[in-house]
Design a protein around this ligand. Structure first.
Ligand SMILES: NC(=O)c1ccc[n+]([C@@H]2O[C@H](COP(=O)([O-])OP(=O)(O)OC[C@H]3O[C@@H](n4cnc5c(N)ncnc54)[C@H](O)[C@@H]3O)[C@@H](O)[C@H]2O)c1
Length: 323
């Protein structure tokens, strides 16, 4: 079987922001998609388009619970010729994992552990994993895939790093290949969390004032979901290692929080006053600035068409238009 073009696809976290758009992408190409989520953050609304396809089948399962994965999901998927598992399920809320460290252990690490158990049981050969820039911790260097030591400053980053380790060791024993994608900040329609989601919700509650965490100078790279998905598929098709590790992101230095606040206010035509809470970061575990090298991906032949600020503006208009 030629990888990438035949066989069914398993997507965990399919009701989430990125997982649901990934499902739509595969379904539009005529692939059969099995989606799993427990709706702890994902929504039924995100699945509306996938649900219209006869090639989509959904399982409401908590992937952190081994007995559910092996007792319910494994029997339901047995014999389905699944070629790739795209593991998008995780806790996506860094502050939630600071308030309660069990959240990342459960929803990021244990979901990875159990997804790997399932893959071993069903002989699913290829794993694609949503990792993150947060594995690098707070490091002023240009962050390359070879940068180390990796010392995350959030439980979120720590559990993603541990999950990367589980996946690379699974390749040594039973997986054929793995794709570990280190995402920057991702924006686009169907947001379930993050800066634009928060700003728009705050403006609904108080249209006169926008509270912004930190001093506004935090600066990070942003990528649109459509470009992220294109990049992941490109890497899956072109990169030939057994463990394929890639930073994915734009080539610019990122957008600042102050620029994002202005883009949101402009986008909704609001004259609200901006109030900064102060300090160099938004929350414990927030990496306020990082510089991301995407040279390895550019050398493979993929570059994003948009700057971080263009992605911010596009997302504001998509989200406010109800996309
Ligand atoms: N959005 C970003 O900026 C960003 C950046 C870096 C990495 N990532 C990673 O990309 C992936 C997708 O992120 P997203 O932004 O779509 O987040 P999201 O929260 O919208 O999606 C994650 C999905 O996983 C589901 N989930 C969580 N725990 C589960 C469990 N125990 N069992 C079953 N389902 C469970 C949630 O309900 C949700 O639908 C995540 O792994 C995230 O860590 C996202």
């Amino acid at each position: 079987m030629k990888q990438g073009h035949k066989g069914a696809i398993l997507i965990t976290g399919v009701a989430g922001f990125i997982g649901s758009q990934l499902a739509d992408n595969f379904l539009a190409k005529g692939r059969e998609v099995f989606g799993v989520d427990n709706f702890c953050r994902g929504t039924e609304k995100n699945l509306a388009s996938a649900r219209r396809s006869p090639n989509f089948k959904f399982f409401e399962i908590d992937l952190s619970v081994e007995s559910s994965v092996m007792g319910k999901l494994a029997p339901a998927l047995r014999g389905k010729a699944i070629a790739e598992a795209w593991h998008m399920a995780a806790n996506s809320d860094i502050p939630a994992g600071v308030s309660d460290p069990r959240v990342d252990l459960r929803d990021t690490l244990m979901t990875t552990f159990n997804t790997l158990l399932l893959m071993r049981e069903l002989a699913i050969p290829n794993m694609a994993f949503a990792s993150t820039s947060a594995v690098y911790g707070e490091n002023p260097e240009l962050l390359k895939e070879s940068t180390g030591p990796l010392l995350p400053i959030s439980n979120y980053g720590a559990m993603k790093l541990a999950a990367e380790g589980l996946i690379s060791s699974a390749v040594e024993s039973y997986l054929k290949r793995a794709f570990i994608y280190r995402f920057p900040n991702v924006l686009g329609p169907r947001l379930t969390h993050g800066i634009i989601f928060d700003f728009l919700n705050k403006l609904k509650i108080n249209p006169h004032e926008l509270e912004v965490l930190g001093d506004g100078t935090q600066q990070k790279p942003y990528l649109h979901t459509s470009d992220l998905i294109e990049a992941m598929l490109f890497i899956r098709d072109k990169s030939k290692e057994r463990v394929n590790l890639y930073n994915i992101g734009p080539e610019d230095g990122g957008a600042t929080v102050a620029e994002i606040a202005k883009a949101v206010l402009d986008g909704v035509k609001s004259k609200a006053a901006v109030r900064y809470t102060g300090g160099d970061r938004g929350w414990v575990g927030d990496v306020p600035k990082f510089r991301y090298s995407v040279k390895k991906l550019a050398d493979l032949g993929w570059r994003t068409p948009s700057t971080s600020l263009e992605v911010v503006r596009r997302t504001v208009s998509e989200v406010t238009a109800g996309a």
